[in-house]
Design a protein around this ligand. Structure first.
Ligand code: CP
Length: 302
């Protein structure tokens, strides 16, 4: 059985194949052919143990555009609340002849754990502070679309690196494709030894922005941290928030990304998020084509 558990398990050729397949699906969608019959015999369960807007809707749309049958499971309204385990939950869903599971879970490694116990393809839709592989794929795909290539580009990931699955998956994906990567944020929110992943640490936001072609702005994940980790929100915004005046003071136009959800006025102001330097909504649009590609390729391998 094949899975997408993390970017860590992919190589450069896998990413290229996903992008070429996504190009095809994006072209199909842009021709207003919103549905292809490819996965008519496949049933997919989206099981979410954590909240989501973009990832959940994007997977569901991708599945429906491939003509798969879809069931949605939200842990907060389920028998998980009565004490049912993850393995029992998923095996019960699979016994209803489900072929593929898309799972978001608060525990790092939840998908890896599950893949050892169940007989279905698992796609990790975010596991705690570990990985969010489809987000990293759609992020790199969006850089490729805007700048022509990811290789050789300077990308800075700004914010709460310590608690971010988006940061880790992006670092793996960007490095595989030959980008230069820096992380920027308060020292308390940057993991020790992150340099061992081939990235550099820059704690001065202006210097990071002067260096980069692309800045990926992350949300501070208050729900994953002890409040003592972290400077106050006001201090954070002063030191690590991006606003229009700061961008205008640079001698070049950099590309601004954000995985969402945005805390407007904290890590990014509205005049940046909504500007033509921002590709935030292109990221969301590309997410559907990327997820169609991932699901299609996994189903084809079975
Ligand atoms: N980017 C992202 O994972 O957003 P959601 O939490 O809304 O799915």
């Amino acid at each position: 059985v094949n899975h997408l558990l993390g970017i860590k398990y992919l190589d450069k050729k896998d990413i290229e194949l996903i992008f070429e397949t996504a190009d095809h699906f994006k072209e199909v969608i842009n021709r207003s052919i919103k549905k292809v019959p490819t996965l008519r015999d496949t049933t997919i369960a989206n099981i979410f143990f954590e909240n989501s807007t973009r990832t959940k809707l994007s997977f569901e749309l991708a599945e429906k555009r491939l003509s798969a049958d879809v069931v949605n499971f939200s842990a907060s309204q389920s028998s998980v609340k009565k004490g049912e385990t993850l393995i029992d939950t998923v095996n019960n869903i699979l016994s209803m002849k489900v072929d593929m599971v898309v799972m978001r879970h608060p525990n790092p490694g939840a998908g890896i754990f599950l893949s050892k116990y169940v007989n279905a393809s698992i796609i990790n839709a975010g596991d705690g502070a570990h990985e969010h592989p489809t987000q990293a794929l759609l992020d790199s795909y969006s850089i490729r679309e805007r700048l022509g290539d990811v290789g050789g580009k300077n990308v800075v990931i700004v914010g709460d690196i310590l608690h971010s699955r988006v940061a880790l998956s992006n670092i793996f994906a960007l490095k595989l494709q030959g980008a230069n990567v820096k992380v920027c944020g308060p020292k308390t929110l940057i993991p020790k030894h992150i340099e061992s992943l081939g990235v550099q640490v820059e704690t001065n936001l202006r210097k990071a922005l002067e260096w980069c072609d692309v800045a990926n702005m992350l949300r501070v994940q208050n729900e994953r941290m002890d409040i003592s980790y972290f400077p106050s929100t006001r201090e954070y915004t002063q030191q690590f928030g991006v606003n229009k005046a700061l961008l205008n003071s640079l001698d070049k136009q950099i590309v601004i990304m954000h995985p969402g959800p945005i805390n407007r006025g904290v890590e990014i102001t509205s005049d940046v998020a909504d500007s033509n330097q921002s590709i935030i909504l292109e990221q969301v649009e590309n997410g559907v084509a990327i997820r169609m590609a991932v699901i299609y390729l996994l189903a084809a391998k079975k």
